[in-house]
Design a protein around this ligand. Structure first.
Ligand SMILES: Cc1ncc(COP(=O)(O)O)c(C=O)c1O
Length: 325
């Protein structure tokens, strides 16, 4: 084991641990099947979005859209907000974040702790009843209000694919020293899953990439409906989602995501966020499709600390999530 001294906090991002889940495997009576989790909560901002934010900022700097003092306006369900608020400090710009009421209190507090300015919206879009559409409309309003301000557009910016192809998925291949049989990835902008697909194709690997979506999300042909958990799923078809097609899509009910998140916390002492719970629930539902010798990777986008008042709180779950049966 080597320890390193880093010259800059920016050098710490990425290279997150890939950790086998032996207790979870045993709890599901798996033999000769290896399950690994890519723990994106180990990024300095606490999520995979540190990678995306760094790539969006580097791209905007390279094209000279982003200069010191520029106002950046973005919509986020939380994690990109935290990640961009950190980038604003490191690259000397001003960050304004449009958020909706589903974002965890702890996440909002963190964006502010990093100096980000919050613009909460209180109503979904009147036509589509979708929060994401309302957030994006508010971004357009603010871009008009602040002269010279820019939007990095995480929903269509290709830099996200590069971040997760050269980062997340390459790290998985390198750590395993082989191609995994399957990779499960939660989706929202679809930057992460698209980046994983890009790398799998580049390496001509046999890996199946499975998108884990929320019930009620319209991605990949889903039926619009109410979505109750932050982080994954989308109420609009993102540009990125039309550029890469996962091998399969799994839609997970919020109650199953919560149950699987809690199960992982109690079996492995790894506490995932809501989308990590969805990913574990999707894998749990697919276990009968796995074969001896398979190696499966679950990407856990963030940790559960910001969710202790929501998915890990019985009262919140009772009040906010209807039972599926
Ligand atoms: C917790 C969490 N999970 C999953 C995702 C989905 O990632 P992507 O936007 O790359 O599809 C996000 C994106 O914000 C997220 O914050």
């Amino acid at each position: 084991m080597t320890t390193s001294a880093y010259a800059d906090i920016e050098d710490v991002a990425g290279d997150t641990p890939l950790v086998r889940l032996p207790r979870w495997e045993a709890a599901h009576h798996l033999s000769d099947i290896r399950i690994y989790a890519k723990l994106e909560q180990f990024n300095p901002g606490g999520s995979a979005k540190d990678r995306t934010a760094a790539a969006l900022v580097a791209d905007a700097q390279a094209t000279k859209r982003l200069k010191p003092g520029t106002i950046v306006v973005e919509s986020s369900s939380g994690n990109l907000g935290i990640a961009l608020a950190r980038q604003a400090i490191l690259h000397d710009f001003e960050f304004h974040c449009v958020v909706d009421p589903r974002t965890n209190e702890a996440t909002l507090a963190l964006i502010q702790a990093y100096g980000g300015v919050l613009h909460p919206i209180t109503e979904p879009d009147p036509v589509t009843h979708d929060w994401l559409t309302a957030r994006r409309n508010k971004v357009q309003e603010l871009l008009t209000e602040y002269p010279g301000s820019i939007n990095l557009d995480q929903y269509s910016n290709q830099a996200a694919f590069t971040a997760h192809s050269e980062g997340t998925m390459s790290e998985i291949f390198d750590a395993l020293n082989q191609a995994p049989t399957r990779v499960y990835v939660a989706v929202s902008t679809t930057g992460t899953v698209g980046g994983c697909l890009t790398e799998v194709q580049k390496r001509r690997a046999h890996t199946e990439v499975i998108a884990v979506d929320a019930e009620g999300s319209v991605l990949y042909g889903g039926q619009r409906g109410e979505r109750l958990l932050p982080g994954y799923g989308a109420g609009v078809t993102t540009d990125l989602s039309q550029q890469r097609t996962p091998h399969h899509t799994r839609r997970v009910a919020a109650t199953d995501a919560v149950d699987a998140a809690r199960q992982l916390a109690r079996t492995e002492a790894i506490i995932p966020g809501a989308s990590g719970g969805a990913v574990m629930a999707a894998l749990r539902a697919d276990l009968d499709q796995l074969n001896p010798g398979d190696t499966v990777v679950v990407v856990l986008h963030d940790g559960g600390v910001a969710y202790t008042n929501t998915i890990y709180n019985d009262q919140w779950v009772e009040q906010n999530l209807r039972p599926t049966s």
